[in-house]
Design a protein around this ligand. Structure first.
Ligand code: SF4
Length: 320
């Protein structure tokens, strides 16, 4: 049986592409590439894999991706999404895995002209060239709008059973979802945080302060963020769950009201008394009080002091 590797985002288009190719008696292994900005495989993904009988795997490319994010050769999309470079990286990684999986081609869920940046026909050709996969990438949803690929020429794939979908309309994909019996239709794309403007604002702050690391990106997913000085940041837990997470998972200076009626705040980086005072007053502000006794706890010592809440206009100034 012939085998193919699929770039699987967890979105509808990537799932459909897997199913279209599987229907042609090709064994498909779906690869979800973890960049640090997309969620890992979810229960739904495993359910689809079970329902439609395909193998599914996660491949961590976050270390390589973060370097690309700092300076993408092909630039950013509407937000901080370096989609062209990201696709090239994923394809190169998939190419490396082809022989291990005995796969003869790669599938993607790309649809011509669906997204402004990475899915223009010319750009798809550039992506193919830069990943050294000319003729090896099958895009089942738009295949008839491209020249035949190697798998079609060699008769592994019947081109007549592929599609010619283009543009932003979702109707053909919804109809296909119905045809395949996909009851819970996933979102079009896999939910990359680099397309979310408010998340990108926080990533830009890390970049501006030369602090873009995977560890710091993980921290961006928790709490409200404040740039207290050029060299330090505070993260304020938004609820009980985040407070516990901040206390258990991270290192730095912790601040919280002594009666525990308010947030846990993590101050990290290089800070002095001045920055600790500002952070403590932010902690009081989010405790919704005019003043409170704040515990300031480092790895080696613990202090308690009464602080006034910071003024609202000041909070805005520090918020990332
Ligand atoms: S949206 Fe995110 S995961 Fe998808 S191609 Fe662009 S950068 Fe990569």
């Amino acid at each position: 049986m012939h085998k193919a590797l699929a770039l699987y985002s967890g979105g509808l288009d990537s799932l459909l592409s897997v199913l279209i190719v599987k229907e042609q008696k090709v064994d498909v292994i779906a690869l979800k590439f973890l960049t640090g900005f997309v969620s890992p495989l979810k229960e739904d993904d495993f359910n689809y894999a079970k329902q439609f009988d395909f193998e599914i795997r996660e491949i961590d490319i976050s270390e390589k991706f973060i370097e690309i994010l700092k300076k993408p050769k092909h630039g950013y999309g509407k937000n901080l999404n370096p989609c062209i470079d990201c696709k090239i990286l994923m394809l190169k990684e998939a190419k490396e895995l082809m022989s291990a999986y005995k796969a003869s081609f790669i599938i993607t869920g790309e649809v011509i002209s669906q997204r402004p940046m990475s899915q223009k026909k010319e750009l798809l050709t550039v992506i193919e060239k830069e990943s050294s996969l000319q003729g090896m990438i099958l895009r089942p949803l738009s295949a008839k709008l491209f020249p035949p690929t190697k798998s079609e020429i060699e008769g592994v794939i019947n081109r007549n059973l592929l599609y010619d979908i283009s543009g932003r309309t979702r109707k053909p994909q919804i109809a296909l979802a119905k045809k395949y019996g996909i009851e819970k239709v996933p979102q079009p794309a896999g939910g990359c945080l680099l397309t979310d403007p408010s998340f990108c604002k926080k990533v830009k702050d890390l970049m501006a302060h030369n602090e873009l690391t995977l560890k710091n990106v993980e921290l961006l997913k928790v709490g409200r963020h404040f740039r207290i000085s050029e060299k330090c940041k505070a993260i304020v837990g938004r609820d009980e769950k985040e407070n516990k997470l901040i206390l258990s998972k991270y290192k730095g200076l912790f601040l919280y009201p002594s009666d525990l009626k308010g947030p846990v705040v993590l101050l990290s980086g290089d800070y002095s008394e001045k920055e600790i005072d500002i952070t403590a007053s932010i902690c009081v502000y989010y405790s919704k009080r005019k003043n409170a006794e704040i515990v300031i706890k480092s790895e080696t010592e613990e202090q308690r002091k009464i602080y006034d809440a910071i003024l609202e206009e000041e909070v805005v100034k520090y918020r990332v």
